[in-house]
Design a protein around this ligand. Sequence first.
Ligand SMILES: Nc1nc2c(c(=O)[nH]1)N(C=O)[C@@H](CNc1ccc(C(=O)N[C@@H](CCC(=O)O)C(=O)O)cc1)CN2
Ligand SMILES: Nc1nc2c(ncn2[C@@H]2O[C@H](COP(=O)(O)OP(=O)(O)OP(=O)(O)O)[C@@H](O)[C@H]2O)c(=O)[nH]1
Length: 434
Amino acid sequence: MVQADNDTIFALSSGTLPAGVAVIRLSGPQAFDAALALAGELSADRKAGLRTIRSRNGLVIDQALVLAFAGPNSFTGEDCVEMHLHGSRAVVSAVHQELETIGLRLAEAGEFSRRAFENGKLDLVEVEGLADLIAAETEMQRRLAVEQGFGGQSALYMSWAERLTRARALIEAELDFADEDDVPGSVSDRVWTEVGDLYFEIEGHIASAKAGEIIRDGYKVVIAGPPNAGKSSLLNALAKRDVAIVTEIAGTTRDLLHVDIDMEGYLVRFFDTAGLRESEDRVEQEGVRRARIAIEQADLVLQLEEIDSDSKHTYDSVKAEVLRIGTKVDMHRTSTGYDLTISSETGDGLEELRSRILLKLKGTWSGSLVPNRQRHLQYLKEASHFIAEALNGQELDLRAESLRAAASSLGRITGRVDVEQLLDVIFSQFCIGK
Ligand SMILES: Nc1nc2c(c(=O)[nH]1)N(C=O)[C@@H](CNc1ccc(C(=O)N[C@@H](CCC(=O)O)C(=O)O)cc1)CN2
Ligand SMILES: Nc1nc2c(ncn2[C@@H]2O[C@H](COP(=O)(O)OP(=O)(O)OP(=O)(O)O)[C@@H](O)[C@H]2O)c(=O)[nH]1
């Protein structure tokens, strides 16, 4: 009989039930014993075998494909078993019950990946990449996650840390021989040139963080302008459904509304805002306040205005790019002073607007490695700071110490250097069964 106090975990690793097939994954020292108890026998390592799954009292629960992965050659590095069952709630719940009775425990969110990390199968950057891959909804989010999740990004950070460590070794060698006259100064000059090159590489990488954020969290487009300019009508036309209420009454939209649209693989988040105007109405005032915040945080502001209207609103605090758009072109003959004119009624100009937005997006990410977590950015900036300190320092031993600090900041990104406090935060964002 299997021990009750073991640390073998299980979880439903596939999606919502009912489904064609449900995969229950087991990991830990008792995984094989538990699977044997349910399936009778196991096939050779990593080979699927069709088995009848029975409860302890001999009743048939289901027929399933069962695979065993002997540690350390498994996803977690421990003994793992997968049962590919019929995806009904009743089957899954019966198997869960059996496993619990045997003494296995339901996994916590991210616990399989955590074990993979602890057993050296994945580093933190890869773990985060996998989390992003699972959450990816658009093609570009998927590509970004793949870049990060399958080792490319980790290799980059590790190569930087190694270059720093090599530079430090050379500097320290020079320190050791400082009293001797025969150590040529040119060795150290070359080392510092190389460290300088690395500094610019890291700074360039940091500068590309915005691109990663736009792909991962979406490109924020805020539709702004005076009441009745046609903002909600544009949102509805872009979303191809009635998201926002449209009326001829000025001040209809009071809260911030948003719609996520997948534009050729890019996530674009359109925000409809309350028309900017002075108002006595408390609700409308709050709406206008929210609109201003949205405008401040936008990547792109669509500044709408009905053609020929005399309301010339100025947007002084806008950091984002602004497209000036004349609306209701179906009602007006001429127009000047706009980047674009549209009609949400007839659809005029909407294709042009979409392609202008896409053009901006396609320029943001070249497919190269970009830091795409605040956490990465924080350590990269730290590393860059220490490198600058080393480059500008005087005392050779202090400069070497700065190089060591920079390398260890980089090591924290992949989790090679102590990151214990971080682990709970990272793994709890996962779903159960991953
Ligand atoms: N059924 C099933 N499909 C799945 C997974 C899984 O666990 N089960 N995966 C899970 O997320 C992904 C595939 N990733 C995996 C990664 C490593 C290993 C693994 O066994 N690694 C061993 C052996 C490597 C080898 O033979 O080349 C190892 O790293 O030592 C398995 C799956 C996606 N599809
Ligand atoms: N002819 C014509 N009318 C439009 C067009 N777009 C919007 N309208 C009308 O203009 C009025 C205001 O449209 P909304 O989309 O509610 O304007 P809004 O800017 O969201 O207004 P607030 O919510 O008050 O800030 C409605 O009566 C719409 O039917 C257009 O392209 N052509």
